[in-house]
Design a protein around this ligand. Structure first.
Ligand code: SF4
Ligand code: SF4
Length: 98
């Protein structure tokens, strides 16, 4: 069972940078690396799901209305979703802006 973020403390990387616990990225707040964040224009979204498919961090999930929403706790701000969105419904803005 994966540990929760609060249970993980500082430790040295394994020799050779071997990841001994595959899938452990969900235990870390990787979203605090970003300087940009994706903002969705719901008027332009056609619910195609390409943002979900292309996001390398699997940060997107659909909400109850069928819009794909990025979880900013994990989003690293790479902008791939904005690049791949066919209707340009996603805009990357500085982290402090809405
Ligand atoms: S890729 Fe763009 S149009 Fe498609 S679901 Fe995501 S935001 Fe909507
Ligand atoms: S900016 Fe990058 S990490 Fe964040 S939701 Fe878009 S594709 Fe995923």
């Amino acid at each position: 069972m994966a540990k929760t973020e609060s249970e993980i403390t500082w430790r040295d990387l394994e020799i050779g940078l071997v990841v001994t616990e595959p899938g452990n990225a969900k235990c870390y707040k990787t979203g605090d690396w970003k300087s940009l964040k994706p903002i969705l224009d719901r008027e332009r979204c056609v619910h195609c799901g390409l943002c979900y498919i292309f996001c390398p961090d699997m940060a997107y999930s659909p909400d109850q209305d069928g819009f794909f929403i990025a979880d900013l706790y994990y989003c690293k701000g790479c902008g791939i979703c904005a690049q791949e969105c066919p209707t340009k419904a996603i805009t990357m803005v500085p982290e402090e802006e809405e």
